[in-house]
Design a protein around this ligand. Sequence first.
Ligand code: G6D
Length: 348
Amino acid sequence: MEMKAEAITVNDQQWKEFTLVNNNGMAVSILDFGGIITKILAPDRDGKLENVVIGFDNYADYLDNPGYFGALIGRVAGRIENGQFEIDGKSYTVPKNEGENHLHGGEPGFHKSIWSAEPFEKDEEVGLTLTLRSADGENGYPGNLRMTVNYTLNNQNELSIAYEGIADQKTVLTATNHSYFNLSGNLKTDIQDHEIKLDSSKFVELDEALIPTGKIVDVDNTAFDFRQGRPMKDGVSSEFKQNLVANHGYDHYFLFDHSQDVSATVRDTASGRELKVITDQPGVVMYTSNNLPEGLKLRERESVRYLGLCLETQASPASIHHDGFPSVWLDKDEKYSAKTTFVFGVIE
Ligand code: G6D
């Protein structure tokens, strides 16, 4: 196990990048800025280590980062309709940073804050503890919030992300990580031929503004049925309204059936890489980078549509305005905790 730290100067800011390395050579690089995962080196079927996430070539590009590459997202990941919610009869407004709605916690949010970072090393794992305090009223969110995120890499090529939070007032909170996975290695291909399997029989219907309508829809007989596995490109060619709403792909919250330990599996047969997702979260936003800005200068190439797969495990902001959705409400002094493990392996 190894931990490396590097100081990075970006404009007038001093950042740090920590690289966790396990005994297999798998490596995960993380910035204290936004808790951003900038690189993950994972083996293919021949043991060749290549990068499997989208990341910028120039660190300064993370100051803008319109796609939220690799970043921790919060206080509320996803969209809050009208940027408005009520708690005990009091109305709160958060920034309408996407049209009439609120997206991904606003600015700076978790993704553009500098987190306090403490690396740690144990016999069989190496990791990074990130902490952040978000003041009452920041971006309109109520309550002084203390957040802790632990990134941990072990020798089974498992990268765990464990989130904890507590606030001194009732508030809303659901955090996630916004990495764009691409198992081809060094972004050789897009993700259209990645095979995806999800332990989910229901997903949340969206309107044209990608806001939940309040309906939960069965996946049966649609391109949203990933229970047996299917190639991501089925969502590109699908004429099903919800694939069209997402601009020819997926950008939807899937509710997990929790019928098995592994909630999601992604495979790239060309490289032989496989990614399994194990989580305590009730669902996941699967986003297939349908709206990824093109032409961004990434480490290996320029960005194009469908270059990365986001698996944003989280609760659902739809619960703010609708009953029957996995809740993002957090009571005063209630402990928020969430854990997702990404297991990098090869297809048996
Ligand atoms: C687009 O609609 C998508 C979001 O789901 C995604 O998180 C964001 O790009 C980065 O707005």
